[in-house]
Design a protein around this ligand. Sequence first.
Ligand SMILES: [Zn+2]
Length: 92
Amino acid sequence: MTNSEAIGVFKERIAMAEKYGYTDEIRDYIEAMNLAIDALEKQEPMKPLQQEMDIDGRAITPCGSCGEELTQNILYDFCPHCGQRILHEKGH
Ligand SMILES: [Zn+2]
């Protein structure tokens, strides 16, 4: 099973659970599945956004998920702000 298939399964289960109404147990169950979906989605490599200049004319690269700056000099595998796996361009 791939991450995106697992996300699909969780989304189906959330839709099913919502039909049972919102008891505390179902609310916890849905919250836990949403956390799992969020973690799985962050595992999928995502390209950073287009480089932009900050107010000091410094080039910054924003994270594709949270938009926070990815430090230029360190090639992170994961965004230090939100945990998103980063897709690095080949040849860098
Ligand atoms: Zn981020």
